[in-house]
Design a protein. Structure first.
Length: 186
């Protein structure tokens, strides 16, 4: 890992830990989880917001005022609004995406959940996602939260990653395996 990535993750971890502890003590983890969903969606949808976080052209005051306005408009809880303001004053907004990821991991650990990264050729229906979550829960022994993405190049099947384990039942993987086997034969 590069030094700058290590420094960034360290900064993100300190802010995430502080927010998590404050919110946990207040008993507002479900509210924080909703705030993280909203903030993630805003980061995904708004190039302007992503630019605000990383662009050094904006002054500390401008970043602080803008991020507080965004937080207010989104209805973020005071702990999140305050930490974002503090991060702006310290020129640390660039680690917000990492902080969001770390907070999600901390909440999942607190709830005894595991996140499964699921990639499928077509979007999973709610029933399929629930059935997959139940099957993974039986295998892992913890509640499983599904983070689903679509990759049409899989042709069919699923790629499931839970922690360090990966299960690839995609048609693409089977075709690649068959292709390798054919190369060995001839």
């Amino acid at each position: 890992m590069s030094d700058s990535a290590s420094i960034s993750s360290g900064i993100a971890e300190r802010y995430a830990t502080a927010v998590f502890e404050i919110v946990k003590e207040a008993g507002e983890l479900p509210t924080l989880e909703g705030n993280l969903d909203d903030l993630s969606a805003a980061l995904d949808e708004s190039a302007d917001l992503r630019d605000l976080l990383v662009n050094p052209v904006y002054s500390r005051d401008a970043q602080g005022a803008a991020i507080k306005a965004v937080a207010s408009k989104m209805g973020l809880m005071p702990a999140m609004t305050n930490v974002l303001g503090l991060m702006a004053s310290k020129r640390r907004l660039f680690v917000v995406p990492q902080m969001v990821t770390l907070l999600r991991e901390m909440i999942a650990k607190e709830k005894g959940e595991v996140t499964a990264e699921v990639t499928s050729a077509q979007a999973l229906t709610d029933a399929q996602a629930a059935q997959l979550a139940d099957a993974l829960k039986a295998k892992v022994g913890k509640d499983v939260k599904i983070n689903a993405t679509v990759d049409e190049s899989l042709i069919g099947g699923l790629v499931v990653k839970v922690g360090s384990k990966m299960i690839d039942t995609s048609i693409r993987a089977k075709l690649n395996s068959l292709q390798n086997a054919m190369k060995e034969v001839g």
